[in-house]
Each structure stands twice: as structure tokens, then as C-alpha cells.
Design a protein around this ligand. Sequence first.
Ligand code: SF4
Ligand code: SF4
Ligand code: SF4
Length: 307
Amino acid sequence: MTKTNNTCNTCISDLTRRDFLKVAGAVAGGLTATGALTNSALASSGGGDIPLEDQKAMLYDATYCVGCRECELACKEDNQLKEEDVDDLSGHTFTLIKLYQSEDGSEESFRKYQCMHCVEPACVISCPVGALEKTANGPVLYESLKCIGCRYCMQACPYGVPAYDWSEAYPLIAKCDLCYDRQDGTACALACSPGALISGTRGELLEIAKERIAANPGKYHEDRVFGEHDGGGTSFLILSGVAFENIGLPPLTEESIPEQGHTATKAVPYIFGGAAGLMALAYRATMSSEERAQIQEEYSKEEGETA
Ligand code: SF4
Ligand code: SF4
Ligand code: SF4
């Protein structure tokens, strides 16, 4: 999959009328997202070509994090995102550092929020038009040209990651792409001088994490790495000195989210069943050929610039 600008908003879709009818028919007919749509999304997934241990990943050790937020700034610069004061991930904020403090003040920890780049991503499974893809090297990418704005992915993600860029007339999804185009690591990890963030392969990062656990008995919660197996595994791995749930990580079994039939994934077909949703789909699917050609031209130009 070719990386596109996450915040690109002029790019609507090369969705065909047949695609639209397929989606509209699925919604109107009450097909479940874990049925026919799931299977087509799975078939389009590009993950799995490179051994999991060799795929691109990041380790975040919350016990090393000092809350300096240099990672946030580096991400903004690298992705040309505007400054904003927000409490959550958004169309212009792909990563955020938050501070957890217990009520009695005895415990505190920072947590870096961003896409977890799941091994079997619920967002990919839930997208009816293949606008999200698990790439062979690990990152989960978003393709704005294919997106129809249905927001299934937002409902399906157990970590609440995909954000809508509401500042635009036709908002599309935005999220971290694990610095897919960079060969030298991720911008946020390169900016982290305390060493809380490290980029590398999943295998070597798990090794580092386990060495830290072994060298510091009792320091890390449950002496384990969040994301090694949780929800089927992630490429963003987390070490924490406090309980994972205290820093907002969901309690997940080792089964992948789609296998677990996560409640959000189950709810997906009902989210977009209203008339407004169908109208939005119709709008995006019935653009004039001139509008479509213009978008394709802009997209080609953008691709040429990033090649
Ligand atoms: S964290 Fe959410 S958005 Fe990121 S890959 Fe997993 S399901 Fe998709
Ligand atoms: S990996 Fe890249 S896109 Fe993701 S949070 Fe870090 S700098 Fe931002
Ligand atoms: S740059 Fe590193 S230490 Fe600073 S807030 Fe980000 S993760 Fe924490």
C-alpha cells in the first residue's frame, strides 16, 4: 500500500458504484461486520509476509518516560500537523503523552497514546472498502482515497485510536503510521532522549523488554510486556510500572480482537445504518468524473512527490 497523507482531505475515493452498492446493501440488509465484510477485509490484508519478529515495531517503557513530550513535537513536525491543545488523539495529533496519578497520590505514570499497530487489526477487519491495511512490515496504514467515511474503524478499535479530522468539510480518518516511510526509525523514538521509546524489530524489542524485566524484579507490572500477546499482539509494545488498566490499556485475552468478537466490532453494522450515513456514502460514491479526475491528479502528484 502506498502511504498517503493522513490528513489529506481533498482525496475522497476511487470507490466504484459497485463498491457503494455492496456497502449500502450490506448495511441495509443488516449483514454483520464480522461476516461478509470481515472476510473481504481479511483477504485484502497485506500482513504476514515478513516474520513477525522481523517486522517494524516500537517499545515504550513508561518507567523511563519523564513526560517531556518531545515525541509529540517530533511527530507533529515529521507529519506537518498543526499545533493544538487537545486531551485526545485527533486529526492533527497522532500521539499524546498523558499522566496517570492514583487518587491517594502514591502512584503515577506517563502513557504514550498512539496506534498500537495490532498484529490482527480490528480496524482493518471492520473497513468495508479496504481503506486500512496491515502492511507486510507491520505498520497499519490508512488510504484516504479509498475511505468512504463510514467510521467503522473508530468503533472497532479497542484502543480508541482512529480519529476524525473534524476541521475539514469532508472529514477523514487520521492516525499514526509508525513512520512507514522512514528507514532510520520513528521520529518520536529518535526524539526521546531518556530512552523511553525505542524503534526496531519486534523481536529485538521484546528481547530488550525482557532483559529489563529480568534485571529489575518487581519493577514492571506482572513482569510482562503489554502487546506481546494481548489482543493477538501489537507492534507497539509497552512496559509499565503500574497496572496496565491504570494507564488506560484494555483488559484483553491473547485471542485477536476479531476472534474475541470485541463488542465494538459487533456493534459496527448498527453504527452506520441511519439515513445520514447512507447519504454520506452516496455522496462519496457518486462524485462527478471531473471531481474524481481532479482528485486522482492531486493524488498522482502527491505520490510523485513522496516517491
Ligand atoms: S490500535 Fe486500533 S487503529 Fe491501530 S491497528 Fe489496532 S485496531 Fe487499528
Ligand atoms: S511512529 Fe511516527 S507517526 Fe507514529 S507517533 Fe511516532 S512519529 Fe508519530
Ligand atoms: S520523548 Fe520520551 S521521555 Fe519524553 S515524553 Fe516522549 S516518551 Fe516520554
